[in-house]
Design a protein. Structure first.
Length: 288
C-alpha cells in the first residue's frame, strides 16, 4: 500500500504530496510512485521538506541526469547544476529592485517551459524554497496537455504535423541584453509542435515565450497560431497559482506545463530558492 498521500491542486493538473522525506533514501516502490505521479499530475509539491544543496542534487539524480545550467555554461563553459531564483546572493545579501539580476529575472514573468530553446530541452525542474516573500512572488502554472485535449479533433490533427522554432535570444533580448557568448551557445532550434508522453500516451503542444515561429508558415499566420495556442493554454481559469511556503519542494514537468513568475517587492522581501533541472531524453520519457 502507498505511503504517499496526494491531494489534487487544480482540475487540470497538480498535486500536493505528503508522506515522504525527500532528504532520506527513498525506497524503490516510492520512487516508482513519484515517477508515476509526475506523469499523471505534471506538477508535484512536497511541503515541509528540508533540502540543502547536496540533498537537492541527490534527489535530482534519482529523477535523472542533472542538466547543466545554461547561463553559466554559455558565458564561461563551466558546468554547474544549481540556479538561484530570487534576490539573495550566495553571501546572503539581498538585491533590490534596481539590481540588474532582479531585472534579468523579470524575463521569467513571461509564460515559458524551462530550456525549451535547447536542442534537447530539460524534462523536469525541481525547486526548493528557502525564503519566500510575505507578499507576491507566486509562480503560476498552466497545462498545455489539458489545453491540447480541449481542442477539436481536426485542429489537433493539423498541429501534429507542425514544427516550432524556439529561440532564447529572440525572447530574452526583449527583456535584457544577452551576453554574446551565451547567445552564440544557444542557436534557434526546431521542435515538434506536439509532444507525447511515452508512458501514458497523453499529448500536448509545446509553445511559450521562447517560440519564435512555426516552420513553413508565413510571418502573420505563424505568429497568430502561436498567440492563439498561448491564449488557449493560459485562460485565467486554467491557471494554478502556487503560493510558495518555505520548505516546499516542487517538481514540474516542462514537457507539458508552462509557468511564469509574478512580481514581488525585492526592496522589501527576501526570496531564495535553489533550482535544478533534469535533462531531457531522446524518447521524451520520464527519466529513470
Ligand atoms: Fe522558468
Amino acid at each position: 500500500m502507498s505511503k504517499l498521500q496526494t491531494e489534487a491542486l487544480h482540475a487540470d493538473f497538480g498535486a500536493s504530496v505528503r508522506g515522504v522525506d525527500l532528504s532520506s533514501s527513498i525506497d524503490d516502490a516510492t520512487k516508482d510512485e513519484i515517477r508515476e505521479l509526475i506523469d499523471t499530475y505534471s506538477f508535484l509539491c512536497f511541503p515541509e521538506q528540508s533540502l540543502d544543496d547536496d540533498a537537492l542534487l541527490k534527489f535530482t539524480q534519482f529523477l535523472g541526469e542533472p542538466e547543466a545550467e545554461h547561463v553559466t555554461l554559455g558565458r564561461t563553459g563551466e558546468i554547474q547544476y544549481f540556479g538561484t531564483v530570487g534576490n539573495v546572493s550566495d553571501d546572503g545579501t539581498k538585491k533590490g529592485n534596481a539590481h540588474p539580476d532582479t531585472h534579468y529575472q523579470t524575463g521569467n514573468q513571461l509564460w515559458h517551459a524551462d530550456s525549451s530553446f535547447r536542442e534537447l530541452p530539460c524534462s523536469l525542474t525541481i525547486t526548493h524554497a528557502h525564503e519566500v516573500p510575505g507578499e507576491g512572488g507566486a509562480t503560476e502554472f498552466v497545462s498545455a496537455r489539458a489545453a491540447y485535449e480541449r481542442l477539436p479533433e481536426e485542429e489537433r490533427a493539423k498541429l501534429d504535423q507542425l514544427k516550432v522554432i524556439h529561440d532564447y535570444v529572440f525572447s530574452r533580448s526583449q527583456v535584457a541584453p544577452v551576453d554574446p557568448a551565451h547567445a552564440a551557445s544557444l542557436p534557434p532550434v526546431a521542435h515538434r509542435l506536439v509532444k507525447e508522453n511515452p508512458r501514458n500516451g497523453r499529448k500536448n503542444y509545446y509553445v511559450g515565450s521562447h517560440s519564435r515561429s512555426i516552420v513553413g508558415l508565413g510571418g502573420i499566420e505563424s505568429r497568430s497560431l502561436i498567440d492563439e495556442l498561448m491564449a488557449a493554454t493560459t485562460r485565467p481559469e486554467a491557471i494554478y497559482s502556487h503560493q510558495w511556503a518555505a520548505g516546499d519542494t516542487v517538481i514540474w514537468d516542462n514537457r507539458c506545463l508552462l509557468h511564469r513568475g509574478t512580481p514581488y517587492d525585492a526592496d522589501r522581501w527576501r526570496r531564495r530558492m535553489r533550482q535544478t533541472r533534469v535533462a531531457g531524453s531522446e524518447s521524451g520519457s520520464t527519466p529513470h
